[in-house]
Design a protein around this ligand. Structure first.
Ligand code: ATP
Length: 244
């Protein structure tokens, strides 16, 4: 069953100057509530550029972005966050010496937290940590595994009201076991009606976790299809590699 479309990109283009590199040449993509959408592509295909545009870090030259059916224009990451779109970086940004709880309150917009009712904020953490079976709140981040740290990053985004999570190569530093746990977490997030964009190089991984796969090649959308209608060969070929 298809969920409600939260985000839609139409013909998004981006050229970087002074090099003149056309990173995106007219990309279309949609993200639905309660689903994982994998974004695949070889090095330099334009994946990170697309994610940075969605996160409000850079602006497109042309094309449109719709959130809940309304055209938006993100000038800063704050604009994207206000619409519930959060980028979870591959370079994690937690403070090792602090506890899980302390890190959760170290938001990207710390000033917002001062205005939060402390009781309300604590209830929100408790609620989220139970829902996502979060690690002990009083543990130091330095003592946690990579997948546990990632979970905290995600919970923190949810605390700030994220409903669209942009995960840029989230498995890059994970063991196979940790990857499995991340996938369990994503299944839980789907149940909460989050929309997830999952960027990866790994075709098998994409087909395993995603409901839909989009492949970028040299800045263009060359494939966008429900996972159930795809196989590894088709995706690899779309990426521009030869399948064996
Ligand atoms: P990778 O998998 O290697 O991270 P990618 O699919 O994320 O690649 P992008 O990082 O979006 O690809 O890059 C697309 C193209 O745009 C590349 O040719 C890259 O060199 C270029 N590019 C990306 N960011 C910039 C920038 N800030 N300035 C100039 N060129 C850039």
């Amino acid at each position: 069953m298809r969920g409600k479309t939260i985000v839609q990109l139409l013909n998004v283009q981006k050229t970087f100057y002074p090099s003149g590199v056309k990173a995106l040449k007219g990309v279309n993509l949609f993200l639905e509530a309660g689903s994982v959408h994998a974004l695949l592509g070889a090095n330099g295909a334009g994946k990170t550029t697309l994610v940075r545009i969605l996160a409000g870090e850079i602006q497109p030259d042309a094309g449109e972005i719709f959130v809940d059916g309304r055209a938006v224009n993100f000038r800063t990451p704050k604009d994207a966050m206000r619409q519930g779109i959060a980028l979870v970086h591959q370079n994690l940004s937690l403070v090792e010496e602090l506890t899980v709880l302390e890190n959760l309150f170290l938001g990207r917009e710390p000033r917002r937290l001062f205005f939060l009712d402390k009781k309300k904020a604590e209830r929100r953490v408790k609620d989220l940590s139970e829902r996502l079976s979060l690690i002990e709140l009083n543990k130091r981040v330095a003592d946690l595994s990579m997948s546990e740290r990632q979970k905290i990053e995600i919970v923190r985004a949810l605390m700030f009201g994220a409903r669209v999570l942009l995960l840029d190569e989230p498995t890059a530093y994970l063991s196979e076991n940790e990857e499995e746990r991340l996938f369990e977490l994503l299944v839980g997030l789907k149940k909460s009606q989050c929309a997830i964009l999952f960027i990866t190089h790994d075709v098998n991984q994409a087909l395993k976790i995603a409901d839909r796969v989009t492949v970028l090649r040299e800045g263009e959308t060359v494939l966008s299809e429900e996972t159930s209608k795809l196989n590894v060969q088709r995706v690899i070929e779309a990426m521009g590699f030869r399948s064996s």
